[in-house]
Design a protein around this ligand. Sequence first.
Ligand code: HDE
Length: 724
Amino acid sequence: MAKKAKTSSSVKPGSPIPPTDKKQESLATHTVSDDQEFMTTDHGVRINDDQNSLKAGERGGTLLEDFILREKITHFDHERIPERIVHARGSAAHGFFQVYEPMAKYTKAGFLQDPSVKTPVFVRFSTVAGSRGSTDLARDVRGFAVKFYTEEGNFDLVGNNMPVFFIQDAMKFPDLIHAVKPEPDNEMPQAASAHDTFWDFISLMPESTHMIMWAMSDRAIPRSYRMMEGFGVHTFRFINAQGKSCFVKFHWKPLLGVHAVAWDEATIISGKDPDFHRRDLWEAIEAGQFPEWEFGVQIVREEDEHKYEFDLLDPTKIIPEELVPVQRIGKLTLNRNPDNFFAETEQVAFHVGNIVPGIDFTNDPLMQGRLFSYTDTQLIRLGGPNFHEIPINRPINEVHNNQRDGFMRQTINKGKTSYSPNSLGGGCPYQAKMAEGGFTSHAERIDAKKVRGRSRSFFDHFSQATLFYNSQSPAEQQHIINALRFELGKVTVEAIRKRMVGILTQVDKNLAAKVAEGLGFPVPKGPELPMNHSVPADGNQKNFEPIKVKSSIAVSKALSMANTVKDNIRSRKIAVLAADGVSAKSLDTLLKGLKAEGATPEIIAPHGGQIQTDQGTAVPVDKSLLTTASVFYDAVYIPGGGASVKALCTEADAVHFLDQAYKHCKAIAAEHDALPLLDLTRFAGKTDEGVLIGKDTRKLLQSFVAAVAQHRVWDRETERKVPA
Ligand code: HDE
């Protein structure tokens, strides 16, 4: 095929960055779609030989003159940029947001008015503690950061999958992160909180207790990014066109429900596929199974600011949904994978301070510190003040101001003026009046002394930790106990373990007793140390002791994942164990049935390639027993076909596959022919609502689908029949 050179007609020499009025287009400007293009150097010279360096003779030394080699290697040497200090490990996707109804009553934000407007978004999910190459399934908080490219500028909702945080004041953030990151002497452990320094810090920080309950719950080991809730954490403000403000908490509610894996499963996945969540998100989007979340708001009138037993400015507190219901006001859909991980996912720069008219901050002291941090971190990470010009960070509306120059400036500003006021530039750019969309801060009345301090209304550290624990199902409570036993079991200093269990006594006596039992010491009577070690200015420690508040509700249903959406199996991965001789009829009914439910079945066989059905037809194998494992699936089905089952019976890996699926509480369905295979497992002869046996594929499939929708049969764990 004749090669043609790419003409430069579309790119004028020295032309500025591409137009930004259409986000989709501008994001794709660097895609090289024409594979007939000639290879060139970074400066446009066509390359004749990309295989060999320039040498003094074929067996001679390489010449310094080789500008092509030097350019290529220099670029390579500089390919890495500093990873994020937190949330280094992440994956992202493009999508759009649509509001259901105009929200003008509460906010003038343009993207929350017109249901027909699709606001482009870019969403990055992440873990917090691990470095960029660490496993997705670390026990950790997940970041849930959404960049809305609105017509009025970018709004970044930089949240997490848990609604509270470890600390109340930004001053403690570096300490928290130093404590959780690998220890400084030996750089261990990677992406794990189960070590001395983390628990040393936490056991001295009673304000972290509520967050610890969340972080030790199954929320910290999600089944998928697509099955996580998201929270803005802080209380924000909405401002309407009349300038009236109300408080608002932001939520993301996944339409697939909130689901987790088992801890043992998480550790196995971490070894077998550290990219598990990244792959899951990518594959779902490629398969057209677009993840969706409803956007929720809890609205509190300004006059109700002090109505609750907790302070709305305290980021270690939720507003229970029973007190203020979550109104679902719109939907987020992720429908496009990034073209280039580095250009988009790695270079995206979120900032809590990116807000639009109609949204404003509160004085939450954690949020206030974040307002400083995010720009500062991008300066070092992205190398200068022009990171907003990187395509993924550009707003869709035009940018006009007098900021100039700096490393990697892309915009070629024209004219003589870069100051305001000016007359030489015709006064441009102009300030926008409020009615013209100019941002004005909410004129909050402030009358206070300048202090380094904390409000006493922040001093209740335990009542919502107890509320969370009491709201969990028995299985979830057991998982919290197990997690604490595991984490504290890895702590080498006994004093830290005891101090932490002392704190747990303030949450729930039974919880503390069970954790202590697992660790092998008697439960301490109560917290051991003065509960707050900061020194009050007046020296009176009493003023800093936690206060006890009784929560106005005892249980909140919304806090338990057991009460989540369980009515569908869309996008669930189903392992179909089969070998040569599988029943063509049952396989066909099964695959059609599962696909009709929106699930993703995969045929797993003793070998790759194809298997032959009992009718002699060939069926492609998706994975061999060697290349996959039960931890990658939500459930297992064994179709009929005597020869197929007989072959599987000789495969130890097939039996192990089933044992592991059982251990991790997954639904397992077997057609009658498959009983000999079940007989080889450790759960032979046992049925429960998740182990289903039947003759008729259609009927069996029906009960299987219902069981998979329940996600897990956690009750199975209490029997402990299948050893680790
Ligand atoms: Fe962040 N956080 N954070 N954080 N955060 C960063 O910004 C910081 C906090 C969150 O996918 C950094 O660009 C401080 C709470 C997410 O790119 C950095 C404090 C919540 C992401 C930073 C907090 C978050 C970050 C590191 C306490 C949930 C990843 C790289 C005052 C509401 C965004 C970067 C992405 C990232 C600072 C606390 C969420 C260093 C100082 C609370 C999801 O600026």
